[in-house]
Design a protein. Structure first.
Length: 271
């Protein structure tokens, strides 16, 4: 699959426009923390701290664009360019879902899915492919794919299909997280504070989930930067601004407080 096929649909996607405030570079031009074009491991202990996706695509330019868009929509994304690397990542990591291209070196997408299912891996998998015949769709679905998206496609459709897969596989995302009157549902990505639905930006949501999963413990600023701004250089001022907005949106009804630990990071505790 060549990048030229995407020039019309993904040349200037709107989700690339909000990067200026945090100094995020276009991944095709290189980011200060790397573009994660090589396989990345799961977090220590194999835990999923946010919605972590595996994205496997052999077109490096397309891989960077898709990974950037997914990250800006609040997902943690590990990327690989080979099918055998994708299978390895599925075996050793924990992911809420996987998005796999069909044609990759090493193993093709259908072979990766077949082997993953044989090993008992049940996570939702979306297959990307330029193959659009009914026979190809049947082969992909029979291999164990949960959904099938033909290239070229609109990025918003990709997001919608991922959300649908995560809803159907909600148990894989883990149970609802609660502290006092605060509730966060990883499957629907909804947050309720004192029974009130709270609208958060992707980064505000990612910060809150990280703090809530480690409630009571100090989460360092470095850890937040690496997981919420994985491909950008986040200034402490930008991080503090996001946390301030998060505090304001949660209000006082949840019975929780985001406490700043001077020179270290933040922790979420009951009020």
């Amino acid at each position: 699959m060549t990048g030229s096929a995407w020039n019309g649909a993904l040349a200037h996607p709107s989700w690339l426009q909000d990067s200026a405030s945090i100094g995020c570079q276009d991944p095709d031009r290189g980011g200060s923390r790397g573009d994660r074009s090589q396989p990345q491991g799961a977090l220590p202990g194999g835990t999923v701290t946010e919605m972590r996706l595996l994205l496997a695509e052999d077109d490096r330019a397309l891989l960077s664009v898709l990974a950037r868009g997914l990250r800006q929509n609040g997902y943690l994304v590990d990327t690989v360019e080979r099918g055998d690397d994708a299978l390895h990542m599925l075996r050793v990591g924990e992911f809420a879902a996987a998005v796999l291209d069909w044609r990759m070196p090493g193993l093709d997408g259908a072979e990766v899915i077949t082997e993953a299912r044989r090993r008992g891996l049940r996570l939702p998998i979306l297959m990307l492919t330029a193959r659009d015949t009914s026979q190809d769709r049947v082969r992909g679905l029979d291999a164990g794919a949960d959904d099938y998206l033909v290239k070229p496609f609109d990025f918003e459709e990709l997001l919608a299909r991922i959300r649908a897969l995560l809803r159907r596989g909600g148990a894989l995302a883990g149970p609802t997280l609660r502290l006092a009157g605060l509730e966060l549902d990883p499957a629907t990505r909804e947050v309720h504070s004192g029974g009130r639905l709270v609208a958060l930006t992707p980064r505000e949501y990612a910060i809150l989930e990280l703090l809530l999963r480690r409630a009571g413990a100090v989460v360092t600023r470095q850890s937040i930067a690496e997981q919420v701004w994985p491909d950008a250089e986040a200034s402490w001022n930008a991080m503090e601004a996001h946390v301030a907005r998060l505090r304001a949106k949660l209000g006082g009804n949840a019975g929780v407080v985001v406490v700043a630990v001077r020179g270290t990071g933040y922790r979420l505790v009951s009020a």
